[in-house]
Design a protein around this ligand. Sequence first.
Ligand code: 6GU
Length: 277
Amino acid sequence: MRVDVVTIFPEYLEPLNVSLVGKARARGQLDVRVHDLRRWTHDRHHTVDDTPYGGGPGMVMKPEPWGEALDDIIASGAPAAPGEPPARPVLVVPTPSGVPFTQTLAVELSARPWLIFAPARYEGIDRRVIEEYGEHLDVYEVSIGDYVLAGGEAAVLVITEAVARLLPGVLGNAESHRDDSFAPGAMADLLEGPVYTKPPEWRGRGIPEVLLSGHHGKIARWRRDEAFRRTARNRPDLIERCDPAALDKHDRALLAELGWEQRPDGRFGRTAGVVEE
Ligand code: 6GU
C-alpha cells in the first residue's frame, strides 16, 4: 500500500518511522511519503491560510496549494503495469466533522492500494478542494473521536496504524487481529477482557484459577464473561446495540446478573432501579 501525507508539519509524522508502521515500511509492505504543503506555495511567506469568507474566528487553508500538491501527487502514481491506467488513490481528510473512524472503515481502507491524507490545521480546508477531488476520487472525511485536536496530523498517525496492521504480512501470528475488540466475528462488539502473564504471584496478587486449569472450554467461557463485564461497564452502548441472536443462554444469564434485561424488541437495556456494584 502507498500512503501520501500532505502537511505543514512533516516532523509531526516522524512516528511513522517507528514500531509496526516503521517495520512495515522497512519491509516494503508500506510506501509512506510525507510532503510539506508549503512546497506548493509561491509567495515569500509560503502562505497556506487566509481569513474566512463571511467572517468568524480563525483561518481557513487556501485551496491553491492543496490543489497543486494533490495534482502532483496524483500524477506521480505510475501505472500498475505498462498500458494499465494509473492507480486511483483514496483521499482521506481528517476532520472533527467527518464520519467516525471505526474498525469497519479501517478494514475498508486497508483494501485500497493508495491513500492520500490531507490533514488540515486552522479551521479547515476551503470546501472547494473536497468538492473538486470528490468528482474523481473517493473522498472520506473522517473523525477519530468526539473531541477537538489542533490539526489532523495525530489522526493520520491513528488511521495509518489501524490500517497498516491489517495489511497482509504486517502482523505476526502472535499478534493476530482475529480477536481484536471490534473485529468482525465471534467476539464482535465486545471489548477484550483482562490478560495475565508470569509471575503467578505479584505483590500478593494471583492469577484467576481458571487460567491455570488447562481447561480450554472453561477458559473460553471465562474470557467471554469478562468481555461482557468489561463491555457492560465501559461501553453500555455496545450492549444496547448487540444482536441478541449472537448471545447464548449463559450470556443472557450473565447480563441479567449485571442488571440488564431484554426489551420487547429483543434488545438489551439496563434494568430500571438496578445499581451497579
Ligand atoms: Cl480527524 N481532526 C481534528 N482536528 N480534530 C479531531 C479529529 C480530527 N478527530 C477528532 N477530533
